[in-house]
Design a binder for this molecule. Structure first.
Ligand code: AVI
Length: 317
C-alpha cells in the first residue's frame, strides 16, 4: 500500500535567491543542499563506494553487527519516519530487524527520489504500509496517520547528514525532530567521528576526482538552471580539515581574477578567493551527546566500529 502526502511551503527560499545571497556575501558561500540534482545524486552514490570514503561502509558495518540491538531500542509497532528517502541497504536492514513496524514514512523533498524509494520498499516489504511525505525535513513537517495502529514514533537519520548542519542549525533541527517524534519517541542517527587528518582529508579528496566533480557540479547546476556563466575550468575543488572547528571544509577556489554573471548581479572573484560549499562536522562522543541533550534528547545507546570512526546513536525525546 502506498500513499503520498505533500507538505508544501510557499515561503521557502529558491535556488536563485539562496545562490545570490551566498555569492554576494563578503565570504562567498553556496548551500550544500543544492548538490543533489540528478547528476549530483549520482556522483554522491559514486562517492559512497569510493575506497577513501569510509563513512558509508563503516556505518553499514555497524548496522550489520548491531541491528538487532537497534531494533530492540526502537521497539515494536512504531511509526518509522526516515528523514531523506532511504531505500538502500541500511533501511532494509533496519526494517527487517524491526520485524513489522506499523508503517514506514520516508520524508523527502524530491518527488522522484521519494517515488523510487517507495517502489523499491514496496517490492521488498509487500505488507508494509508505506506513507511517502514530500517535504523539506529541515522545516516543519506534518506527518500523516497510518491506517495501521502504532505505538509511538521513531525517526531514522543515517549517513551523518547531521554533520552538514552548523552546530546551531543541528540543535534546531534535532529539537524539531524531538518534537516530531514526541515525548518517549526516538531517533536512530548516524554520526561521523573525529579522527586523523589524513583519513578525513583523503575521504574528501579522492584520487579519482569524484568529490571534485561533485563539488563543481554545483556551478554547472547554476549555469544550467539559473543561466549563470561560471567557467568551470576557472575553479578548483579543495577540502581541508579544520581542527579548531572540528569540520571538513569544501571550497571552490578561483584560479584567477574573474567576473561571473548571475541574474542581474556581476560577482567578482580575486585569484585564490573561494566559495565555501559544504561543512562536514565530525563529532566526539562527548560533543555529540552534549548536542543531543541541548536539543531535548537523552542518549540511550551508542554503537561504534572497532576503530571508532563512526557512531550510530539511539536518542530518546
Ligand atoms: C551527505 N554528507 C553526509 C556527505 C558528507 O560526508 O558530508 C556529503 C559529502 N560531501 C563530500 N563527500 C560527501
Amino acid at each position: 500500500m502506498e500513499r503520498t502526502a505533500t507538505s508544501a511551503d510557499s515561503a521557502a527560499p529558491t535556488f536563485l535567491s539562496e545562490a545570490l545571497a551566498g555569492l554576494t556575501k563578503p565570504r562567498k558561500t553556496l548551500p550544500c543542499k543544492y548538490f543533489y540534482d540528478a547528476r549530483g545524486s549520482q556522483l554522491f552514490e559514486e562517492i559512497c563506494g569510493l575506497d577513501e570514503y569510509y563513512p558509508t561502509r563503516t556505518e553499514l558495518g555497524i548496522m550489520e553487527e548491531h541491528v538487532d540491538g537497534m531494533a530492540d531500542a526502537v521497539g515494536p509497532d512504531v511509526r518509522l519516519v526516515e528523514l531523506g528517502a532511504g531505500s538502500g541497504r541500511k533501511t532494509r536492514l533496519l526494517l527487517d530487524a524491526l520485524d513489522g513496524p506499523a508503517a514506514y514514512l520516508p520524508v523527502e523533498i524530491s518527488q522522484a527520489a521519494l517515488d523510487g524509494c517507495a517502489r523499491r520498499l514496496r517490492e521488498a516489504f509487500p505488507d508494509l504500509e508505506v506513507l511517502s511525505v514530500c517535504a523539506d525535513y529541515t522545516r516543519r513537517v506534518d506527518l500523516p496517520r497510518p491506517q495501521t495502529a502504532y505505538e509511538g514514533t521513531a525517526a531514522y537519520f543515517p549517513g551523518s547528514t547531521i554533520g552538514n548542519f552548523e552546530p546551531d542549525e543541528a540543535r534546531t533541527f534535532l529539537n524539531r525532530v524531538a518534537r516530531l517524534v514526541g515525548e518517549g519517541g526516538g531517533l536512530l542517527i548516524g554520526v561521523d567521528l573525529q579522527k586523523e587528518r589524513d583519513v578525513l582529508e583523503d575521504a574528501y579528496n579522492d584520487a579519482r576526482g569524484v568529490t571534485a566533480a561533485f563539488n563543481l557540479n554545483l556551478l554547472e547546476r547554476i549555469n544550467r538552471e539559473l543561466d549563470g556563466d561560471f567557467d568551470l575550468d576557472a575553479f578548483h575543488h579543495r577540502a581541508r580539515w579544520n581542527p579548531d572547528e572540528g569540520r571538513i571544509e569544501m571550497h571552490l577556489v578561483s584560479r584567477r581574477p574573474q567576473q561571473v554573471n548571475l541574474a542581474d548581479e556581476a560577482i567578482d572573484f580575486d585569484e585564490g578567493e573561494y566559495i565555501t560549499t559544504e561543512y562536514s562536522y565530525k563529532y566526539t562522543e562527548e560533543s555529540f551527546e552534549a548536542l543531543a541533550q541541548s536539543a531535548g534528547f537523552e542518549a540511550k545507546q551508542v554503537w561504534t566500529d572497532d576503530r571508532e570512526w563512526f557512531s550510530v546513536w539511539y536518542l530518546e525525546a
